[in-house]
Ligand binder design. Structure first.
Ligand SMILES: Cc1cc2nc3c(=O)[nH]c(=O)nc-3n(C[C@H](O)[C@H](O)[C@H](O)COP(=O)(O)OP(=O)(O)OC[C@H]3O[C@@H](n4cnc5c(N)ncnc54)[C@H](O)[C@@H]3O)c2cc1C
Length: 426
């Protein structure tokens, strides 16, 4: 029986409370105004504040309300696509830059967690990318080859080791990536918020920005209760963008992705599933993910939205999926559920925009935003601080473009798309 219908599910239940924040209720001045309090906005705020700049973060709802507070919590290096694809799609200059920047990106997350004592169930045991079937296993071997060529500490797990490390015999091969880890994502983003505030940033929640306009050579960001005037404006609203810059969303397909979490498993079963504490995700077209939290709950995620007719379908699918992957689990109860939207682009790459003077935006992490969002935030701060010119940044500046057939593609993922991807019943 599910007893938790909160929008951030288990994460809301187990995260430390957020810092006390207020709505913006007056007109203020800052050096930099940041829209959106997720990993990107708060990492930017933290790094700018550490440089001594005056920062105001405006968040429509609450810290971590968007993807940041709903994610699986897998802190992975690189981007969703393979290293070779980055060079193919971005060319040698930007492809090389982004690889250099993100090849060890989890390290920055871990450093921030350590430096600011963020309590977020951090495990540095790596992640396992599970290959489904022969095709998935071949993809894993190719990923391993490419990362090993770049000197990354990754290796292929063959069937027996896969079974021992994951607790399922469903996947013939996996990629163990020792750079990676897992966090409680809402706890991490709240910790980032606390660190940014401690460094001097002002964070206003319940303060959606309705309008951004150029006034007297600075940006004026207006909310219902007040406004911020700032030399710089940073848009870090990604797939949860509302009210301003609809173009950021127009270039994405928002794939709904849900999680369920079981009641804490018995010690006997617990010891068989991901006993070393890695998080796992797979190579299916409709990606699946699984991990364990500190209390021993199994968390499983897949594409779909828990609303309308989709909710019951996805819950049933999740139970069947859990039993098929882990027959040793026996009777199992789901305790928590939640879902969010993952912003995908046609080439599976994030976007960097500079729509006007002293205005920048980064978005579209394609399901891998924890480490990249944290690193990009630091890089945005370096750009604003004058260390890196626009043309020296991690991605080329592009203009947002619409995605053809967006509504149709979002509808496909909404209900039941993963039914075709069930592991065979045992
Ligand atoms: C279900 C799910 C699972 C995921 N799993 C993983 C994972 O395991 N590993 C991984 O690396 N990534 C994962 N991701 C992706 C990751 O969560 C996102 O890439 C990341 O959250 C993007 O961070 P962000 O700070 O750019 O945006 P967000 O975290 O989405 O934050 C944007 C914020 O902007 C605010 N906002 C929007 N409009 C306005 C406005 N007008 N005024 C003020 N505020 C506004 C929103 O309220 C929101 O809080 C997952 C995402 C989802 C949804």
């Amino acid at each position: 029986m599910l007893n938790d219908r909160r929008s951030h599910g288990l994460w809301e239940r187990t995260a430390p409370p957020p810092s006390a924040t207020e709505r913006l209720a007056r007109d203020i001045v800052a050096d930099v105004a940041i829209v959106g309090a997720g990993y990107t906005g708060l990492s930017t705020a933290l790094h700018l504040s550490e440089r001594g700049l005056r920062v105001a973060v405006l968040e429509a709802v609450e810290i971590g309300y968007g993807g940041a507070g709903r994610s699986t919590g897998l802190v992975n290096a690189g981007l969703w696509v393979m290293p070779s694809v980055l060079k193919e799609r971005l060319g040698p200059v930007y492809g090389g830059r982004i690889l250099d920047l993100l090849r060890d990106s989890p390290r920055l997350v871990f450093e921030i967690v350590d430096k600011h004592n963020i309590s977020c169930e951090l495990k540095r045991a790596g992640t396992i990318h599970c290959g489904e079937g022969e095709k998935g296993a071949a993809e894993i071997r190719e990923r391993a080859r490419q990362w090993q060529e770049l000197g990354a500490p990754v290796r292929v797990l063959e069937p027996e080791e896969m079974r021992a490390k994951t607790g399922t015999s469903f996947y013939p091969a996996g990629l163990l990536d020792l750079r990676a880890g897992t966090i409680q994502p809402l706890a991490y983003v709240r910790g980032l918020g606390r660190a940014a505030i401690a460094a001097g940033a002002s964070v206003f929640t319940g303060s959606p920005v309705d309008r951004i306009a150029r006034e007297g050579g600075v940006w004026r960001l207006t909310t219902q209760g007040g406004s911020v005037r700032a030399k710089w404006a940073v848009l870090s609203t990604d797939t949860y963008t509302s009210r301003v810059m609809p173009e950021l969303r127009a270039q994405q397909v928002a794939v709904p992705f849900f999680h369920v979490a079981t009641a804490p498993l018995s010690d006997n079963v617990r010891r068989t599933i991901l006993p070393e504490g890695q998080g796992a995700f797979d190579t299916r077209t409709v990606l699946g993910a699984f991990r364990i939290d500190d209390a021993g709950r199994l968390i499983v995620g897949s594409a779909g939205a828990l609303r309308g007719t989709g909710a019951a379908i996805h819950r049933r699918w999740a139970l069947r999926h859990i039993r098929a992957l882990f027959p040793q689990i026996g009777e199992v109860m789901l305790e928590h559920e939640w879902y969010g939207r993952i912003g995908m682009t046609s080439d599976h790459l994030p976007r960097f925009h500079a729509p006007a003077e002293n205005m920048i935006a980064v978005s579209s992490y394609n399901g891998r935003g924890i480490a990249p969002g944290t690193v990009f935030g630091r890089e945005l701060a370096r750009h604003i601080g004058g260390d890196v010119p626009l043309e020296g940044m991690f991605l080329p500046v592009t203009s947002p473009r619409g995605t053809p057939f967006r509504a149709i593609r979002e509808g496909y993922y909404e209900v039941g798309s993963q039914i075709a991807h069930l592991p065979p019943a045992r």
